[in-house]
Design a protein around this ligand. Structure first.
Ligand code: DGL
Length: 279
């Protein structure tokens, strides 16, 4: 737990709530020496069912919040925010706010590698309603692999299952199986599966149980962490703007007490978070 002081120029990690902690956990394994500032917008979570406008508006507020706290690099560790807000922020907002700062998402590291995981050329995506409706995954995968067939399935109850600690209960089986079956019914040739939501790694054992063994699960957190390390190596000017004291700080827009107790489901670090207000 290295989260007591205020980091200088932390890498910002943003999520609608707790889910981004599954991504942060992998980033900390790969790049432990940087300073990190995590923000969960728990007061307005979940983002999955929200409109494009709301997700975009909330995410811009968060990005500005990180910039005000010294972050030069912000990772949107939320698939819904990455799907619905990232492109507009990169193209429209950043040039206006500060062209020298960077905001990255969690889709690109997965989509640019997706082709190497499939032999049949058929990939499945599981995500929130917002992520699936945005079509961001199919659009991004088509850019790198135009011949790959991408099929999606929204799993609206999976996030509440995790957040209510029911993800390991027998009751969860019904909803896990239902969506896996739906996806494979739409495309039986799928042999690679992207868990396009920060919460789904916590369901991985049950997901595996209902998937044919021939289907490989693509682990988003690991790919995002590796891609961040690679990005920093290739962009030394951004790397130089990220402080390295190994301080990790956690903030939430809702109860800090509840955040710290729920965070244990998502990562091994003990958090001592602060409540903050956006904007
Ligand atoms: N973090 C969100 C995602 O990865 C899931 C939770 C939510 O719907 O806010 O899509």
């Amino acid at each position: 737990m290295r989260n007591t002081m205020q980091p200088l120029h932390p890498i910002g990690i943003f999520d609608s709530g707790y889910g981004g902690l599954t991504v942060m956990k992998e980033i900390l394994k790969e790049l432990p020496d940087y300073d990190y500032l995590y923000l969960g917008d728990n007061a307005r979570a979940p983002y999955g069912p929200r409109s494009f406008e709301s997700v975009y508006h909330y995410t811009v507020e968060a990005v500005r919040w990180f910039f005000d706290r010294g972050s030069h690099l912000v990772i949107l560790a939320c698939n819904t925010a990455s799907s619905k807000a990232l492109r507009t922020i990169q193209q429209k907002d950043l040039p206006r706010i500060d062209p020298a700062r960077r905001v990255l998402g969690v889709l690109r590291p997965v989509t640019e590698q997706a082709g190497s995981y499939t032999k049949t050329g058929h990939i499945g995506i599981l995500g929130t309603v917002g992520t699936v409706e945005s079509q961001s995954y199919p659009i991004e995968i088509q850019k790198f692999f135009p011949d790959i067939t991408v099929t999606q399935e929204a799993c609206p109850l999976w996030v509440p299952l995790v957040e209510n600690c029911e993800h390991e209960s027998p009751g969860a089986d019904y909803f896990i199986k239902k969506h896996i079956d739906n996806l494979l019914r739409k495309d039986p040739e799928i042999d690679a599966l992207i868990l396009g939501c920060t919460h789904y790694p916590l369901l991985i054992n049950k997901i595996r149980r209902f998937l044919p063994p021939s289907v490989q699960i693509i682990s988003q957190g690991t790919l995002v962490a590796r891609s961040l390390a690679d990005y920093l190596e290739r962009h030394r000017e951004i790397m130089a703007q990220c402080s390295k004291s190994g301080i990790y700080k956690y903030c939430t827009t809702d109860s800090a007490e509840v955040f710290d107790s729920q965070a244990r489901i998502f990562m091994d670090e003990t958090t001592r978070s602060d409540r903050v207000t956006l904007p």
